[in-house]
Design a protein around this ligand. Structure first.
Ligand SMILES: O=P(O)(O)OC[C@@]1(O)O[C@H](CO)[C@@H](O)[C@@H]1O
Length: 321
């Protein structure tokens, strides 16, 4: 069983538009409402592919109740913890060429008692978990070392922790030595204070992250695929050709879910993760792929070419997509 913790879940509204013009009135072509938050998406992807998973989430206000309704409608196994503040809503504006502009609310603060209840729920449920995934931004005011604290407690209990977050929470978690971290390119650059323009830069930055404490590092590189550096120094690079690009929201979560579902080791797991991520970008909103959506023939795995330049990134805040 793979347990996920999302301290800052969301209602994700995706609005499809013909073109985005600042300051204009734009008529939406379609809208989608999905349950959101990175760990929530990992659980959704795993369950959609018959891999046991359970999501621990705080929920509050009418938005929180809506989130639970959407998750229940998808048959998601979850441990919902009621909290005082309302669950946030995040908006993604998707253009026909696959460009996504995302606006994420900060979320509302959790009280120390609420954080303790959530941590207790995770520690309890983790006893039957092979992996625990702590994913997404922290709500305002949460201690930056909250994932690091979990990491130390899980290490004592022999439980593997995967962390996907950004900024100071990522740096703090990495210092605590998690089994796996899944930064994207921006998050990796920010955490290591480096600029990343080619695969060689990714390798150098991952080396820094591992020197700080991370054991294995799975870096998602958007259109350029993903790079896996394992705790025993094995390195794998992979790509997935995508036929139709509809929404990249949640593609990194699908990558992590597929990687863990396939055993979290080596080329096989990287290929599975890339196949799930490639399927996710062809789906609207943050919909997670089902078995029928996943085509493994588009994935190519091999050694990394350090000289390979990366596609220039869109201007975004780390932790966005
Ligand atoms: O604000 P965070 O926690 O960094 O990211 C939240 C989020 O953008 O991540 C998911 C996609 O990965 C979405 O479902 C959600 O809206």
């Amino acid at each position: 069983m793979i347990l996920t913790l999302t301290l800052n879940p969301s209602l994700d509204r995706t609005i499809e538009v013909g073109a985005l013009t600042r300051g204009a009135v734009i008529r939406a072509a379609a809208t989608h409402l999905d349950p959101g938050g990175k760990g929530v998406n990992v659980t959704r992807a795993l369950l959609a592919n018959d891999v046991r998973s359970c999501a621990v989430i705080p929920y509050g206000g009418s938005e929180g109740r809506r989130l639970l309704d959407l998750l229940s409608a998808e048959g998601i196994d979850m441990i919902p913890v009621p909290v005082e503040g309302p669950t946030r809503s995040n908006v993604a504006i998707a253009e026909p060429d696959g460009t996504v502009t995302k606006v994420n609310e900060p979320g509302t603060a959790l009280t120390p008692a609420e954080l303790d209840t959530l941590a207790g729920a995770v520690l309890d449920a983790a006893r039957s978990a092979g992996w625990v995934v702590a994913s997404g931004s922290l709500p305002p005011g949460a201690p930056v070392d909250v994932y690091a604290g979990l990491c130390r407690r899980f290490a004592d209990a022999g439980i593997n922790l995967a962390v996907d977050t950004s900024g100071p929470a990522l740096v703090s978690a990495v210092n605590a030595g998690p089994a796996l971290v899944k930064p994207n390119r921006d998050e990796l650059a920010e955490a290591t204070g480096t600029s990343i323009a080619c695969v060689g830069d990714v390798l150098a930055a991952v080396g820094k992250l591992r020197a700080m404490g991370a054991r294995s590092v799975l870096t998602s590189l958007g259109a350029d695929g993903a790079l896996l550096v394992e705790h025993d120094e094995q390195v794998w690079y992979g790509e997935c050709a995508v036929e139709e690009l509809r929404s990249s929201v949640g593609a990194g979560d699908a990558l992590l879910a597929g990687f863990l579902a396939a055993g979290a080791r080596g080329a096989t797991a990287l290929a599975e993760g890339l196949a799930w991520a490639g399927a996710a970008v062809g789906l609207p909103g943050s919909r997670m792929p089902r078995p029928a959506d996943i085509d493994r023939t588009h994935v190519r795995i091999g050694p990394p070419d350090p000289a390979r330049p990366l596609t220039p990134p869109p201007r975004s805040a780390p932790g966005g997509i």
